[in-house]
Design a binder for this molecule. Structure first.
Ligand code: FES
Length: 140
């Protein structure tokens, strides 16, 4: 290694030491603020478009929200923002793992919208659900 190469390598090493921690810190930034749209809408469970909600593990998308049937209870539903907080892919529900899963980079969320794995930087917004007969109201 000649003197010129030595200075190049040294300059790159010093730059890496100076910039590296800042880059790592910016990559690791997370937020506990749930992300998702504000909504207020209804779903009719008797409509064929919502038939998936009559089976445990079934889900539908509406108004930017994934509504999922998680139990046989009358209010056994979960409603979360359908948009992954990492890069905006649409999450799905996995009945096998009882998790909301992003197909793009493997991000996972629990039924409250909290990040349980992968790169998502913040939780999914969770919505309140009320039921009157066959009508679900999703609001939040
Ligand atoms: S877009 Fe969902 S994990 Fe990357």
């Amino acid at each position: 290694m000649n003197r010129k190469d030595f200075f190049k390598v040294t300059a790159l090493a010093v730059a890496g030491i100076a910039i590296g921690p800042a880059l790592l810190e910016s990559c690791a930034k997370t937020s506990t603020t749930p992300q998702g749209p504000s909504v207020n809408f209804t779903l009719d469970l008797s409509k064929s478009a919502n038939a998936a909600l009559n089976n445990i593990g079934g889900y539908v998308y509406s108004n930017g929200v994934i509504i999922t049937r998680v139990s046989t209870a009358s209010l056994g539903f979960v409603a979360l923002s359908q948009t992954c907080t990492h890069q905006g892919c649409t999450v799905a529900y996995s009945y096998q793992t009882l998790a909301f899963v992003c197909p793009c980079h493997g991000g996972t969320y629990d039924a409250s919208g909290n990040v349980t794995g992968g790169p998502p930087p913040s939780p999914l917004k969770s919505y309140g659900i009320t039921r009157s007969g066959n009508i679900l109201t999703i609001k939040g």
